[in-house]
Design a protein around this ligand. Structure first.
Ligand code: ZN
Length: 246
């Protein structure tokens, strides 16, 4: 059974559309889970919410979603993120707002837990260091955790009590019990690869193992996303960074 995991779409409609086309080719009909930050930075928050609703995506709240709903987490944002969050607050429809507000911070889906940032701090903690990965892995009650927030694909797993990071390539990687699986970002990748990222989880039909994870990268119409950001009057930096993926 295939499961599609998307994270950090960030109101980038061209990126989401390209990803959903790739999903339709590689995992038609598979359930879609998302790890939050649906909005913020990009110029199409309502369209992205509508698209995720259309495909029946199930997921969690991110720090940018919270900020767009009026939360004071916005005080932790840099200038560009802050400006985008204020803009998003203005343009969100009542329908988008109520869909976002209903997102939980933690979601358990069988053998996997879904959060935006980390298990012990679902909204803000960046899992970028071995120590942080280890503490989260020790607290993990399900075999897997799917998350995002860093905008960088990553896989941490406990081996003999120590957190190891596995190199992410294009091939499928077997998942072991006790893993933090970061889906990367659909709408604003930061690993110097500007293509949209999404994660395909192919579960083991026999139930003996956890199956494999494959990180997919998809080219999309970056100029269209940039033009929408410019037209919305959002900071130039939010458009230009999409070219370089950082
Ligand atoms: Zn994000």
């Amino acid at each position: 059974m295939k499961v599609v995991i998307l994270s950090d779409v960030h109101a980038n409609l061209p990126a989401l559309e390209a990803v959903l086309e790739d999903v339709a080719r590689t995992a038609p009909g598979a359930p879609i889970w998302h790890c939050g930050d649906v909005v913020g930075y990009g110029a199409s928050p309502n369209e992205v919410v509508a698209e995720l609703q259309r495909v029946g995506a199930t997921g969690v709240m991110g720090n940018h979603d919270l900020a767009a709903l009026g939360d004071n987490v916005i005080e932790t944002f840099n200038e560009g993120a802050h400006a985008a969050a204020l803009w998003t607050r203005e343009v969100l429809t009542a329908e988008s707002r109520s869909w976002l507000r209903a997102l939980p911070k933690v979601l358990e889906m069988g053998s996997a837990t879904i959060v935006h940032a980390s298990l012990r701090d679902p909204i803000m903690e960046y899992v970028v260091q071995q120590e942080i990965a280890e503490e989260n892995l020790r607290a993990l009650a399900t075999p897997l955790l799917f998350h995002g927030h860093t905008h960088i694909p990553a896989l941490w797993s406990l081996q003999d009590g120590v957190a190891h990071a596995t190199h992410i390539g294009t091939e499928a990687i077997s998942l072991r019990t006790g893993s933090l699986v970061n889906a990367g970002s659909v709408g604003q990748p930061r690993d110097r690869d500007p293509r949209a990222a999404w994660l395909l989880w192919e579960r083991d039909e026999l139930g003996a193992g956890l199956g494999t994870a494959t990180w997919r990268r998809v080219e999309y119409n970056i100029p269209a996303a940039q033009e929408a950001i410019d037209a919305a009057g959002l900071p130039d930096f939010l458009a230009s960074r999409l070219d370089v993926g950082r």
